[in-house]
Structure formats: structure tokens, C-alpha cells
Design a protein around this ligand. Structure first.
Ligand code: ATP
Ligand code: MG
Length: 310
């Protein structure tokens, strides 16, 4: 396996009885990237992540993490040593304090004081929960429990992280803390595999995203998905415009469509970097005053909706 590839899934399939939740999923995940799984409720994101961490076995196909086959029981302890998993549901000991929960899991990973205590303190401070360390988890809000579960999966400083909806239930400030933290993990060379319904987060965080709905619908960088699925639209804002300019613009061979909305000209272009200067020149020569030029940026949400509603 290449040094750069961390995970290889080949025709990964998982059925529950006669129902197939994930079918024929093949993909690779590179070391050091932030990789996002997107897809509607029930699309198979959690099932895929559970297979990739060896928590459930595939019905068909294979997955290798760090060259270790996840279907082989003897590989599971080795895989778990290097993996941090944030499950969909935090699953904490509700009657124990936040600190005791983290201390318990830290010991399972073989960590001991004083290193363990320092690690818990530093992470709880980052997520602004140190003041509440002695409180029972059952007195915590949903978002606070989520933060404890995030801290738990980071305790042993794993090389790769599987985060199933990491910002679910978090307020905007806490979401930002988690997003920044994920970007820091990447800076420190970690690989992060996450699932999310927040497409803005996916856009901001992920190097590549896989859109799944039982099968793989698309896999690429957010930017490539946009350009693959939508033409690029450029808007020229003029001081004054009339329809006579439309005929002139249509003489330019690369212009596929042009529409005038008030004083704005809206154009679909394949290559704005090359085309914009020529359009600008024609407009100026024709006596129009160009106030500014902007590109309409299609959101990942538009790409996603186009993919999953087709
Ligand atoms: N243990 C199970 N037994 C039976 N069916 C299951 C089991 N786990 C998952 N499924 C089914 O597999 C499908 C995919 O579920 P999964 O939890 O992977 O979806 P998801 O993409 O994570 O959805 P969500 O966005 O709601 O978290 C669903 O139809 C679900 O009912
Ligand atoms: Mg899920």
C-alpha cells in the first residue's frame, strides 16, 4: 500500500437481514486529509464508519486501515490503538463525573497519571469544561456530553479520527471550537474522517467529500464537485445597461448564455479567468461603465441537493 494511503475500501457492502445499508462502496482515504461522508438520514454513513473502524464486519468486500484488514479479529486491537472514534451517540457513564469518565477511558488506553491527568485537564480546558469536571455527566446538556465524547476520543492522541457528526448539538461557538480543533489535528498530521449534515462545515473543513446513499454518488474535493456539476456564472455590474449589448456579447464564441437583469449581465462561462478580460474589453470599448465583476459561488448544498434528489 502506498505511504500516502491510509484506508482502502473495496466493494464494501453491509446488509442487515435482507436490507442492504451500504453497497459496493470503493474508496481510498489519504493520510493527513480531512475526509467527509455526506448523505441523507439512513444513507449508510454511520454503518460505513463502523465498518472502517472494525466495529461491525462487512457482509461483502474488504477494507484495510493502515494495511490491516478490518475483518480480521486479530487486527482490531492494533487498529484501535491508533484510532479515535466519536460515535453517533456519546455513550458515557451518566452517573459518573466527567473527569471519572475520561479517567476511566484513558486507563483503558493504557494512560496513567500524571500524563493522563494533564491530558484530561488540557482538553477539558480547550473545550471549556474543566470547571465542571466533578459534575455527573447526567447533569450535562447534550452539547456538553458531545464535548466530553470528543475529548474521550482524543485522549490517546490517535493518528486518525473517525468523528460521526462531531458538531451535532453544539452551539455556534462550540462548533467553531470543534472545527478549529479538527483543522489543528490536520496541521499536526492527523487524518480525520467525519460525517456531517452541515454542508457549510463540510465545505470549510473537508479536503474531499464522499456523497453516499447506500452507494457512492460522488467523491471529490468540494471545489471539483461544484465545477463538475455547475457551469461557472459571472455577473458584470454596469452603471447602465440595455439590450443592445446582448447581441454584441453573443459574437464572442465562448459565451454560452447571457442574460440582462436590470444593470447586471449574468453569463455562464467555462473559463472566467480567460474570458472575463475579453468581455471587459468589449464592454469598455462599447462605452459601458463596469462597476464591478463577481462570480456566483454555488454552495456545496446546491451540489449535494442535485446529487441526492436525482
Ligand atoms: N444494527 C442495525 N440493524 C438493522 N438496520 C440497521 C442497523 N444499523 C443501521 N441500519 C440501517 O442501515 C441504514 C443506514 O443507517 P446508518 O445509521 O448507517 O445511516 P446514516 O447515514 O448514518 O444516517 P443518519 O444521517 O441518520 O445518521 C438505515 O436504514 C438503518 O436503519
Ligand atoms: Mg449516522
Amino acid at each position: 500500500m502506498s505511504l500516502f494511503i491510509l484506508i482502502v475500501a473495496s466493494s464494501l457492502t453491509r446488509s442487515f437481514g435482507s436490507f442492504t445499508a451500504v453497497e459496493d462502496l470503493s474508496l481510498t482515504i489519504e493520510r493527513g486529509e480531512i475526509f467527509g461522508f455526506l448523505g441523507p438520514n439512513g444513507a449508510g454513513k454511520t454503518t460505513t464508519m463502523r465498518m472502517l473502524t472494525g466495529l461491525i464486519s462487512p457482509t461483502k468486500g474488504t477494507a484495510k486501515v493502515d494495511d490491516l484488514d478490518v475483518s480480521s479479529l486479530q487486527n482490531i486491537p492494533k487498529i484501535h490503538r491508533n484510532v479515535g472514534v466519536l460515535p453517533e451517540v456519546p455513550g458515557l457513564y451518566e452517573s459518573l463525573s466527567a473527569y471519572r469518565n475520561l479517567d476511566f477511558y484513558g486507563r483503558l488506553y493504557g494512560l496513567r497519571d500524571p500524563k493522563l491527568r494533564e491530558r484530561i485537564m488540557s482538553l477539558m480546558q480547550t473545550f471549556e469544561l474543566w470547571e465542571r469536571k466533578e459534575d455527573a455527566v447526567q447533569t450535562f446538556s447534550k452539547g456538553m456530553k458531545q464535548k466530553i465524547a470528543i475529548i474521550r476520543c482524543l485522549l490517546h492522541d490517535p493518528e486518525y479520527l473517525f468523528l460521526d457528526e462531531p458538531v451535532s448539538g453544539l452551539d455556534p461557538e462550540a462548533s467553531k471550537t470543534v472545527r478549529d480543533f479538527i483543522l489543528d489535528l490536520k496541521k499536526n498530521g492527523k487524518t480525520v474522517i467525519l460525517s456531517t449534515h452541515n454542508l457549510d462545515d463540510a465545505d470549510r473543513l473537508c479536503d474531499r467529500v464522499a456523497v453516499i446513499r447506500r452507494n457512492l454518488l460522488a467523491l471529490d474535493t468540494p471545489l471539483n464537485l461544484r465545477t463538475r456539476m455547475f457551469k461557472r456564472t459571472v455577473v458584470f455590474h454596469l452603471k447602465e445597461a440595455d439590450d443592445s449589448i446582448l447581441q454584441k456579447l453573443k459574437t464572442l464564441p465562448f459565451i454560452q448564455s447571457v442574460e440582462r437583469i436590470g444593470n447586471k449581465l449574468v453569463l455562464d462561462l467555462d473559463n472566467p479567468e480567460d474570458n472575463d478580460p475579453e468581455i471587459l474589453e468589449l464592454l469598455v470599448k462599447s462605452g459601458y461603465k463596469v462597476q464591478f465583476v463577481g462570480e456566483v459561488r454555488h454552495s456545496l448544498e446546491e451540489v449535494y441537493l442535485k446529487l441526492v434528489t436525482n
